[in-house]
Design a protein around this ligand. Structure first.
Ligand code: ADP
Ligand code: MG
Length: 248
């Protein structure tokens, strides 16, 4: 028997009300370790608000959000990041005037004297991680390039890299392939499939071809509630989902 405490993320009875309007309404959502979950649904369904609630940007009106059994609803955004939750917003927030290398370097966790005063050892480790992550996000050849000169898709990857270097156990991405080329979308799918190993990944996305490529399980949100949940095929064939979302 598995219990709710086995999930990386366990959301229960979560509600947020904006002046009486429930953007998220009594939501229950469970995400496993190694799982890549995609949340889909029409505009205004409450998808981004769910991420805002998890990362502490918005405070819940009611309910619970447990991450590795730790209650997040009363923590600050900073404490939630520190607990191991990374979130990528729709527009990339990178340092345009820094190089790819420097963007990754400044994102490396500050650490709490893990290496004591061994500054050299830390520098070697940071350098190793920066290069490793750059390879993973397809920017191994672009380490010295100023971030401003990257393509839109490459900027998105860089931001994913800046989160990965912090080794989050829950990574959340809001519409990561919006504005990407077909090739970049394919590469991003490969990247996400790789990085969900050893952690949980929660993705909001509209591009159904992309969703089909990556999703282990799909949750369909509508008016702040779950309309359907399951594997891609089941969800795609659900008449209610076709009516409110896929049919358009
Ligand atoms: P989605 O990401 O699924 O398109 P959102 O989560 O952005 O939807 O929005 C869900 C609903 O909640 C929308 O009607 C939106 O206008 C409303 N909403 C989101 N954030 C706030 C807020 N801070 N204050 C008031 N209303 C909000
Ligand atoms: Mg949104």
């Amino acid at each position: 028997m598995s219990s709710n405490s086995d999930y990386t993320l366990a959301i229960e009875d979560l509600t947020v009300s904006f002046d009486g309007f429930k953007a998220v309404d009594n939501l229950n959502l469970y995400v496993d370790k190694d799982e890549l979950r995609v949340v889909i649904g029409p505009n205004g369904a409450g998808k981004t608000t769910v991420l805002d609630l998890i990362c502490g940007k918005t405070k819940a009106t009611e309910g619970s959000i447990k991450f590795k059994n730790k209650e997040l609803t009363n923590l600050s955004e900073h404490q939630i990041v520190h607990a191991g939750v990374g979130r990528k917003f729709q527009t990339p927030s990178i340092y345009e005037n820094l190089s790819v290398y420097e963007n990754l370097e400044v994102s490396y966790p500050k650490g709490h004297s893990v290496f004591g005063s061994l500054v050299f050892k830390r520098t070697v480790e940071v350098d190793r991680r920066v290069r490793e992550i750059a390879e993973e996000i397809f920017l191994g050849e672009f380490l010295d390039m100023e971030a401003a000169l990257l393509s839109h898709g490459q900027k998105q990857w860089l931001e994913i890299g800046m989160l990965l270097i912090q080794e989050p156990e829950l990574l959340m991405l809001d519409e990561p392939v919006a504005g990407m080329s077909v090739k970049e979308r394919e590469q991003t799918a490969e990247l996400l499939k790789k990085i969900c190993k050893g952690r949980s990944v929660l993705v909001i996305e509209h591009d159904m071809e992309f969703v089909a490529r990556i999703a282990h399980k799909v949750t369909v949100l509508h008016q702040g509630k779950i309309l359907a949940e399951g594997d891609m095929q089941t969800v795609q064939n659900n008449p209610k989902v076709i009516e409110v979302y896929l049919g358009h």
